[in-house]
Write a protein that binds this ligand. Sequence first.
Ligand SMILES: [Zn+2]
Length: 192
Amino acid sequence: MTKNEIVQGAYAMVQSLQDDLRTAEREERARQHEAWLAKGGCDRCGGRGWIVAWDTLDSMSGCYAEYGSCPEGDKCTAQTVGADPGYYDHKYDRLRWHTDTFVSTPALKAAEQELKDWQETLRAAQDDAKVAKGKIIKVVRGRKVPQGTIGECIWLGAGRGYSYYDRGSDRVGLKDSSGTVHWTAASNCEVV
Ligand SMILES: [Zn+2]
């Protein structure tokens, strides 16, 4: 298994764990929403006691929104029934100092930790696979240097930056076992 394959494997793992966590969180929120409704929570205001009465669509932040009390009456306050943990609306809740009442579960926390661990693994694998001076690298692409040539990276030069869009490519010099130094683009090489 090459170092790049390890990076790809770790990346796929992170993606799949992220998807699983998002699904699990959504399901848990739905479950808590149902439980909250069963306790008599007001679906109109989500237990907040206020609703958005008007908002100009021009403002992404909701800072021009106007609010009104919930038409359902006094029973609808965060103090009496608690806010719906089924959702949290960043746009308005943040402005109204309403905090997310969703309660994480041990299973979700464990899944978060597992994701964090794999993100760490991915970073380490990416670092490991990055061409750098002193590492043993192999030419796997390109035409000028025979593919399969292996040697120590004795020089790494950053791209010159021809323009904002074209940063140029990093160049490397690798010294093979006979002492010959080959020059090529870093993107043609893989760390062995
Ligand atoms: Zn209400």
